[in-house]
Design a protein around this ligand. Sequence first.
Ligand SMILES: NC(=O)c1ccc[n+]([C@@H]2O[C@H](COP(=O)([O-])OP(=O)(O)OC[C@H]3O[C@@H](n4cnc5c(N)ncnc54)[C@H](O)[C@@H]3O)[C@@H](O)[C@H]2O)c1
Length: 276
Amino acid sequence: MSRLAGKVAFITGAARGIGRAQAVRFAEEGADILAVDLCGPIESVIIPPATEDDLAETRKLVEDAGRRIITGVVDVRVTDALQAFVDAGVKELGGLDIVCATAGITSSAPAVDLTEEQWKTMIDINLTGVWKTTKVAVPHLIERGSGSMVLVSSIAGLRGLLGVAHYVAAKHGVVGLMRTLAQELAEYGIRVNTVHPTNVNTTMIQNDMVRSKFRPDLNRPPTVEEFGEAAKTMNMLPIPWVEPVDIANASLFLASDESRYITAVTLPVDAGSTQR
Ligand SMILES: NC(=O)c1ccc[n+]([C@@H]2O[C@H](COP(=O)([O-])OP(=O)(O)OC[C@H]3O[C@@H](n4cnc5c(N)ncnc54)[C@H](O)[C@@H]3O)[C@@H](O)[C@H]2O)c1
């Protein structure tokens, strides 16, 4: 229960889903948490937005695990706000060791039918937002003399997927960012890796828009079970999706000293999906 004892982790997209699971799992292993989320609707995104109540629930779960947490309603597209939050949080919690760039969105259309707004918002959040997250955090890691950054990509960062060209482009871009950051920061003892989930059981996929994309044969929103049958065909292991804690556990390994010589790695948590 102490794989991250004495460490501080900065996590974006922490109100729910994978970001919340990382916050809670890391707290269970002894880390204090700096957690941000936009907690609101985003242009071009039609899945239900996270709320401030969601972020408050993350706070409660971290505190129940016995750790300190500072939360902020911050948009990863706004560098000044991110910088101010991290600088203040690091001062209060005494340093920074781990960064999880997890905030992300989804939307969908064939590549040539994407609107300029869909394209721009996707790249601004899922790629540029990751860069901004690392940009404000790295000086604190350098000051610490070590660190681990986990950038949440996707199987869409390793292969193409129909109907989400902008998402695929952003998630591949995160891999390029990771590879260069790993080279530039190695001399400071800072490691940088990506994780690549298959479908994860969060609001990002459990909504009528995504379910319907998986079952175009039905002329109505599929049930969770009908969606699951189709989602299962993507994976090698006979499961429709993984759980947020599965991504949190992989992130925990990369964040901890157990992976001290692992950097510049693209780690699939994909039930074999990319090798199928
Ligand atoms: N769910 C999946 O199937 C899946 C698969 C592969 C990769 N991912 C990636 O995992 C990450 C987390 O996704 P999730 O499944 O937990 O989805 P989610 O929608 O449950 O959580 C994403 C969180 O990011 C926040 N967010 C979005 N834009 C933001 C912004 N500009 N600033 C701050 N916060 C913002 C949202 O408010 C939300 O709380 C994303 O990067 C996603 O692309 C998810």
